[in-house]
Design a protein around this ligand. Structure first.
Ligand code: HEC
Length: 185
C-alpha cells in the first residue's frame, strides 16, 4: 500500500469515527427538530406580516434583527446553540463549519437530483449536531432571488457589503437552521 493511500484511509476512518450519524429515535434529535420548527414558526409570521404591510426593503429588519433575536431567545430557553448558516451567506457570521458545510453540500446535491432534503443529525466530538435545510419559496425571492427591486438591493448592499445570498431560484437550499448541544449521557 502506498503511503498516500494509507494516509487517505486513515483520514477517512478518523472522520467517520468523529461524526456518527444520529437517527430520529434519538431523544436529543427529536428535541432539536422541534426547536427548529419553533424557530420557523416564530419567524415566518413576522416576515409575512412585514411584507404585507410595506415594501421588502422595510421587511429587511425582520431578517436582520428578528431572526438573530429569535435564535438567541431559543438558545436561552433550551440550552441548545441555535443559529443560521449558509454556503453563500448574507451575514458574514453565517459561515458554516466543516460539518455544516458537508451537510449543506449534501442538501444541494439532493435538490440537484430532484429530491427533497431532510434534516441531518450527527454526534461530532461529543456534540449533538442538527441541521434543518431552508429552501427558497416565493417570498424569499424578494430578497434572495435573481431580480431584486432597486430599493431593496440598495438597502441590502448598505447593510451587507459582502452579500452572497442573491441569485437563488425557487426550491434552492438557501441555508439551514443549525443546532448543537452537548451529548447527554
Ligand atoms: C425582506 C428581505 C428578506 C426576505 C423576504 C427573506 N430574507 Fe433571508 N435574509 C435577509 C437578510 C437581511 C438576512 C441577513 C440576516 C442577518 O443579518 O442575520 C437573511 C438571512 C437569511 C439566512 C441566514 C444565512 C445568511 O445568509 O445570512 C437564511 C437561511 C435565510 N435568510 C433564508 C430565507 C428564506 C428561506 C426566506 C423565505 C422564507 C427568506 N430568507 C426571506 C433578508 C430576507
Amino acid at each position: 500500500m502506498t503511503r498516500r493511500l494509507c494516509i487517505a484511509l486513515l483520514a477517512a476512518t478518523i472522520s467517520t469515527a468523529s461524526a456518527e450519524e444520529l437517527k430520529v429515535s434519538d431523544p436529543q434529535v427529536g428535541e432539536a427538530s422541534a426547536i427548529a420548527l419553533v424557530f420557523m414558526s416564530r419567524l415566518k409570521p413576522q416576515l409575512q406580516a412585514a411584507l404585507e404591510s410595506g415594501p421588502p426593503a422595510e421587511a429587511i429588519s425582520v431578517c436582520s434583527e428578528v431572526a438573530p433575536r429569535v435564535a438567541a431567545e431559543l438558545s436561552e430557553e433550551t440550552g441548545w446553540s441555535v443559529k443560521r448558516v449558509s454556503l453563500r451567506p448574507r451575514n458574514p457570521g453565517a459561515q458554516p463549519d466543516a460539518w455544516e458545510r458537508e451537510q449543506l453540500l449534501v442538501f444541494d446535491r439532493t435538490v440537484a437530483a430532484g429530491g427533497n432534503p431532510g434534516w441531518a443529525a450527527a454526534e461530532v466530538d461529543g456534540q449533538v449536531r442538527f441541521l434543518a435545510p431552508q429552501r427558497v419559496g416565493g417570498v424569499c425571492l424578494l430578497c434572495h432571488g435573481e431580480s431584486i427591486d432597486a430599493d431593496t438591493a440598495a438597502a441590502l448592499k448598505r447593510l451587507y457589503p459582502e452579500d452572497r445570498a442573491v441569485g437563488y431560484k425557487p426550491g434552492d437550499v438557501r441555508g439551514a437552521i443549525s443546532l448543537s448541544a452537548a451529548r447527554k449521557q
